[in-house]
Design a protein around this ligand. Structure first.
Ligand SMILES: O=C(O)CCC(=O)C(=O)O
Ligand SMILES: [Fe+2]
Length: 315
């Protein structure tokens, strides 16, 4: 027991027992399966998460509706600030040396009061005119979804804390009033399946604490198995969230939890939709090394600014 090295895996874990009673004996098995995933692949899938199919369908529908708008309407939904509203196809090239990523996306954060100036990462949302898309078709389901995903992320952070041998409430302060954004993503089919330089999303790691991804049935997400340099397909499962560890959590845990490289190639011949939810914690939270070592402390805001600067030279 415990002496076998943990194998690379992307397990599917049913969270329902944990949700019913986090103190139950079986809940410990869930915590332990999630820990094994976090220390190897950095990826796992969860079913039994409690988010309704109706709400998920409504969010996928919102994505379809917004991306079907004419290009001249979509570009009006771009924001002057990063991380909100529409982003055109090819706006990002996540992997150096590759063609621009073949996706378009739309970012939604929490609603904020109108002000003269905004703090980093706390910018106002951009909404399509209600002449184009009604609030009940877009704004309402996406905001409701964001709320529910925050609650689910909070629960997962408790599992992650337990998996590190910490009190389950250890991350509660980090989770309060978090920077947490929904990204609606649309990947057109690859025009040329033999072009190795064209990816839907180039190889990258996520920046924040954890990402919870809802994906359709098309497939295309791949995770890097570092020891063999293989790309492992993440099996699409409409009922599951793909959860992965981000760079902030990797650094915070001194590498115990793994922020792994992943990419997307839409080989399905059809449109692919996915909806990552990036959970990055409270901007003012001070990240202290979990092993109690005397490293410098830094806030979530400082970490995220530095990470964005490294990737895009902005902020
Ligand atoms: O669309 C996907 O499956 C993954 C998207 C992703 O990795 C990201 O947006 O960071
Ligand atoms: Fe990602």
């Amino acid at each position: 027991m415990g002496s076998q090295p943990v194998q690379f895996s992307i397990p599917t874990v049913d969270l329902s027992t944990y949700l019913r009673d986090p103190e139950a004996e079986q809940a410990n098995e869930i915590v332990s399966a999630i820990r094994d995933a976090c220390i190897t692949s950095g990826f796992f899938q969860i079913t039994g998460h409690g988010i309704s199919t109706e709400l998920q369908d409504a969010v996928f529908k919102s994505a379809e509706v917004v991306f079907k708008l004419p290009v001249e309407e979509k570009i009006k939904l771009q924001s002057a600030t990063d991380g909100r509203g529409y982003e055109v196809i090819g706006a990002q090239t996540l992997e150096v040396g590759m063609k621009a990523d073949l996706n378009e996306s739309y970012y939604v954060g929490p609603e904020v009061a109108v002000k003269e100036s905004y703090r980093n990462f706390q910018y106002p949302n951009v909404w399509p005119s209600t002449d184009l898309i009604s609030e009940s078709e877009f704004k309402e389901p996406v905001l409701e979804y964001r709320e529910q995903m925050c609650a689910l992320a909070n629960i997962l952070m408790r599992c992650l804390a337990k998996g590190l041998g910490l009190d389950q409430h250890f991350f509660d302060g980090f989770c309060k009033d978090p920077i947490a954004n929904v990204r609606l993503l649309h990947y057109p089919p690859q025009p040329n399946l033999d072009d190795p330089k064209q990816l839907g999303a180039g190889a990258h790691t996520d920046f924040g604490a954890i990402t919870l991804l809802m994906q359709d049935d098309m497939g295309g997400l791949q995770v890097r198995k570092q020891d063999t340099a293989e790309w492992i397909d993440v099996k699409p499962n409409r009922d599951a969230y793909v959860v992965n560890i981000g760079d902030m959590m990797q650094k915070w845990t001194k590498g115990e939890y793994n922020s792994n490289v992943h990419r997307v190639i839409n080989r399905s011949g059809k449109e692919r939709y996915s909806v990552p939810f990036f959970f990055d914690g409270n901007l003012d939270y001070v990240l202290r090394p979990l092993d109690g070592s005397e490293d410098v402390e830094y806030t979530v805001e400082e970490f995220m600014k530095e990470r964005f600067q490294k990737a895009y030279g902005t902020k």
